[in-house]
Design a protein around this ligand. Structure first.
Ligand code: PMP
Length: 410
């Protein structure tokens, strides 16, 4: 039976443990910087105005029912998702080099990609059948690839000295990986560090990956949420597609639509230009459908319907872009305020990384001891690695936060 030897007590998920501790804390000054979800200036969840509009349209639709979606998901949703990532006039779409499957948000898309690679990726050198992820990366990457028994290896990413990208370390490791390795890349707003390569650096990464025949797997969970521009945040993926790579993309609508619990996401396979492209896409699509059927049968409808209404309507789309600018703008503003407050206080160290980093998260450089002090003395909750969710800061608590950081660093 399930004795301790075969099924030992597992550790609590660190992030969910943190959330529980925050909830138990009764101090009115408490701040939650653990959560990876957007909060408004009152520290409250924010339903995007465009999502409210789409929701009304859905409810007024007399044809709406609760039938199953197709195995590959809502066609209007998956085709709009392709266009969002690749561009409306994308040659990859026109040449039928792309196939998309609706998934259980970004997690489900990473999982479907992992399952697909475990089953079908067949590099000539069997040592290359491993996934390289950034150190650090979103913790779930390790678990998801582990579940399908794909070996996970790391490439350096974060420089503790500069609190920016360790570009030489990253390139060196990608260059040193066995030819044909799978390289997982965060498209923008890297989680947990908030550090992204520049466009020049992306070009070099692509060049090295091409020379080594590596296989890119992009995880994009923050398109439009990072810079406020969908194009800018999608630049790296499009550059790789233009360079003719065959690649995978896991796309999440959790953050950029605020549809966290509705689990709207999409998985994409794009093949290189060539006479066999359409046939390859057809074969891959048929296998993805079988994997999907055995895992979830049919994806959930509500979130995909909301996103689809917005993505396929010019007016709603424009409203969505405005909502994205509201969220990303507030976060960028909080970065500026936090940096200037710490600099004004003369808090030891440099704080330019707070504004150099982008997206939901910032790697502050605070050590575990300082993180614990912030929690115990000041009721401020963040993960042990010093990551803060910028969305947890607002005009009411940022002064208290900056002074508390100053006090534990001095
Ligand atoms: N990848 C990364 C890097 C993420 O940060 C997230 C969100 N935490 C996801 C994927 C997927 O999240 P979800 O399943 O909620 O879409």
């Amino acid at each position: 039976s399930f004795t301790n030897d075969v099924c030992p007590q597992a550790p609590e998920d660190p992030l969910f443990g943190l959330m529980a501790a925050y909830r138990r804390d009764t101090d009115p000054k408490k701040i939650d910087l653990g959560i990876g979800a957007y909060r408004d200036d009152n520290a409250k969840p924010w339903v995007l105005p465009v999502v409210k509009q789409a929701d009304k349209l859905l409810h007024n639709d007399p044809e709406l029912n609760h039938e199953y979606l197709p195995i590959a998901g809502l066609p209007d949703f998956t085709s709009a998702s392709q266009k969002l990532i690749l561009g409306k006039k994308s040659p990859a779409i026109q040449e039928k080099r792309a196939v998309a499957v609706q998934t259980i948000s970004g997690t489900g898309a990473v999982h479907l990609g992992a399952l697909f690679l475990a089953r079908f990726y067949n590099p000539s050198n069997s040592d290359a059948k491993a996934v390289y992820v950034s150190t650090p990366t979103w913790a779930n990457h390790n678990q998801i690839f582990g579940n399908v028994k794909l070996p996970v290896k790391g490439y350096p990413y974060f420089s503790k000295q500069t609190k920016g990208l360790d570009f030489d370390g990253m390139i060196g490791a990608i260059e040193g990986a066995p030819e044909g390795s799978i390289i997982l890349l965060h498209a923008c707003a890297h989680n947990p560090t908030g550090v992204d390569p520049t466009q020049e650096q992306w070009k070099k990464i692509a060049e090295v990956m091409k020379a080594k025949h590596h296989f890119p797997f992009f995880d994009t969970a923050y398109q439009g949420f990072a810079s406020g521009s969908l194009e800018k945040d999608g630049w790296a993926i499009n550059y790789f597609v233009e360079q003719g790579f065959e690649l995978l993309i896991a796309q999440s609508y959790a953050k950029n639509f605020g549809l966290y619990g509705e689990r709207a996401g999409c998985f994409h396979f794009i093949t290189s230009p060539g006479s066999h492209a359409a046939e390859t896409v057809s074969r891959v699509g048929s296998q993805l459908a079988i994997l999907q059927r055995s895992e979830i049968s049919n994806p959930p409808a509500y979130g995909a319907r909301i996103a689809s209404l917005v993505l396929n309507d010019d007016k709603l789309f424009a409203q969505w872009e405005e909502d994205l600018r509201t969220m990303s703008g507030r976060i960028i503003e909080m970065r500026k305020v936090l940096r200037s407050k710490l600099e004004e206080l003369g808090t030891p160290g440099t704080w330019n990384h707070i504004t150099d980093q982008i997206g939901m998260f910032s790697f502050t450089g605070l050590n575990p001891d300082q993180v614990n002090k912030l929690r115990e003395k000041f009721h401020i909750y963040m993960t042990q690695n010093g990551r803060i969710s910028m969305a947890g800061l607002n005009t009411k608590n940022i002064d208290y936060f900056a002074k508390s950081v100053d006090s534990v660093v001095k």
